[in-house]
Design a protein around this ligand. Structure first.
Ligand code: SF4
Ligand code: FES
Length: 247
């Protein structure tokens, strides 16, 4: 396939960015999207140009690092996948592909297609954990019976990889889907109940302080989430928040 790429180039966080056109030829439909960018970067390096900066790590849909907005959609035109799992067979010979960073006030651009998602780490630090007694008297986790239905829903919430597609997709740049997944994975399990009230209040306060917008129940986040995190989690987080507020 021969393609035209329109890619957001931005030298650093301070300078203004712009879309730049690149032609790329002989791309195999079996290549992943990131491999196609690798080919482009090799060509740029050979010409002495600055390669396009983009985030990636595992390249198998686990780490949540890859974060491209492709033709106006987080992680591109496919469903329930990350950018690294997107293949060039989703495009046609002669296509023009627009590639931009995830855009949100709380995710400032560092360079080109790389954004700073430290805000998610800060929300996790505010409450996304359980405190465990490690004195040697720790109860074996398997000795606490958990209904299968609860365990399954907690596991589903825990599959959130923190990619930020929900924020990039939301017209309000809301982080509610991410935060609600992190709250839910603990709220559904007995181990998470002890700190439940502090957790939800602290994580929501941090989310608001970092400049994420509010949820207006549009549901775009759920559609674009590569892990199928359900809006049910937002409803659960709202219930947890209400419970904590009237305690
Ligand atoms: S909820 Fe989905 S889209 Fe949002 S950070 Fe988690 S995995 Fe990514
Ligand atoms: S590079 Fe790890 S999820 Fe895409």
């Amino acid at each position: 396939m021969n393609l035209t790429l329109k890619i957001w180039r931005q030298k650093n966080a301070k300078e203004k960015g712009k879309m730049v056109d690149y032609k790329i030829d002989n791309i195999s439909p079996d290549m992943s999207f990131l491999e196609m960018l690798d080919v482009l970067n090799n060509e740029l390096i050979e010409k002495g140009d600055d390669p396009v900066a983009f985030d990636h790590d595992c390249r198998e849909g686990i780490c949540g690092m890859c974060s491209l907005f492709i033709n106006g959609e987080a992680h591109g035109p496919d469903r329930a996948i990350t950018t690294c799992q997107l293949h060039m067979r989703k495009f046609k010979d002669g296509d023009t592909i627009y590639i931009e960073p995830f855009r949100a006030k709380a995710f400032p651009v560092i360079k080109d297609l790389v954004v700073d998602r430290t805000a998610f780490d800060k929300i996790q630090h505010a409450g996304g954990f359980v405190s465990v007694n490690t004195s040697g008297n720790t109860q074996d986790a398997n000795s606490i019976p958990i209904p299968k239905h609860d365990a399954d829903r907690a596991f589903d919430a825990a599959t959130c990889i923190g990619c930020g597609a929900c924020v990039a997709t939301c017209k309000n740049s809301s982080a509610m889907l991410f935060v609600s997944a992190k709250v839910s994975q603990f709220a559904l399990l007995p181990q998470g109940k002890v700190e439940a009230a502090d957790r939800v209040q602290n994580m929501v306060a941090e989310m608001d302080a970092l400049g994420f917008g509010n949820c207006t129940n549009t549901g775009a986040c759920e559609v674009e989430c590569p892990k199928g995190i359900s809006l049910e989690n937002i409803a659960r987080m709202n219930r947890e928040y209400l419970k904590a507020s009237i305690k």
